[in-house]
Design a protein around this ligand. Sequence first.
Ligand code: ADP
Ligand code: MG
Length: 396
Amino acid sequence: MLNPPKKTIRDIDVSGKTVLVRVDFNVPLDIDRNVVDDTRIRGALPTIHYLLDHNARLILMSHLGRPKGQVVESLRMVPVGRCLESLLDYPVVTLKECVGPRVKEAIEKNPGAVILLENLRFYPGEKENLADFSRQLAELADIYVNDAFGTSHRAHASTVGVTAYLPSVMGLLMEKELETLGGLLEDPARPFVVVLGGNKVSDKLGVIDSFLEIADTIITGGGMCFTLIKNMGLEIGNSVTEEDQIPQVANAVKKARKKSVRIMVPSDFVVADRFDKNANFKVVAAEAIPSDWMGLDIGPATVDKYCSVLNGAKTIFWNGPMGVFEWPSFANGTESIAECIARAVATTIVGGGDSDAALRQFGLEDKMDFVSTGGGAAMRLLEGKKLPAVEALADI
Ligand code: ADP
Ligand code: MG
């Protein structure tokens, strides 16, 4: 439960109102500017349908890419609007601006369409959270809805500034993200097993600290586990490590002992003679990493050991690939663990941009109970930190 609880679109009357909805339509485009992956657009559909079904007029807004406060032709919202229109089966009018008289006029002239504003980040006021830009956005509508969980850790005009001027509530995707991820820190079914991988241990120490309060087992892999292994006094060759994080890692291990949380590290690795897709590679025990080789994936014995733990879990949270899954020689560990999670009887929740990409690469995305749409925001939430865009919404 959110503390304090926040209003959703179900708590207010939207009938006959114009509703400004912050969505996360920051989708990948190909070279011809077609939407390559419409997951994020589909994620906002429940909120959009709910509002249309309840007789609201809709103005949607999002950022796309990193235009740095100026117009970048290749980052206009037009292809996103086209994609939305085909998914929604309802007319969508995509504008070339976000604020001002021409925008107001277009909204008036198209009462039977969903309006999609231009890329918010064409305006410097967006990231700078300027009052003037926030107010101009707010002038377009009667109610503000935030459904963009993926940007909720950022205080921008469209996520925080605008809430000063309109009644502000969350959409259904935002609600689902907060409930599902937030629920992990409250009362997860046990055993609760957390799988952490990815590149840097420094990125993960915050969530490790949170999960040490509630998880039963933390399984580690990826580049981040080498700082743990180094802390155990083992040699890790050229594997990625953050020496300056060893004291923090040692503290986490101490806390784990106190809280009776088991932290597991790999017992074998796929090591490579260089950081390269075509590097030579072999499987070695964790104690036997040759000094000029580097661990780029967990090994088969580790996969077996981890899978038997995952098979007994009732809740699994996974963030961070087990190896350099982008390269086929080092993708086995991540794929095997993802398959194991997919088969597990547990409630399975995944967070993190690269973890999501890995799931998609292996065709396993639909096999998870929930895949978060917000990488950075999900991690912030799981670290137990406040999300400014959520804080800014109206309390119940
Ligand atoms: P997420 O986006 O899911 O939170 P991260 O960004 O933390 O995940 O980490 C993903 C990256 O970690 C991937 O690009 C992957 O190649 C890299 N990685 C995984 N294992 C290793 C390793 N052993 N050595 C170097 N990089 C690794
Ligand atoms: Mg990442």
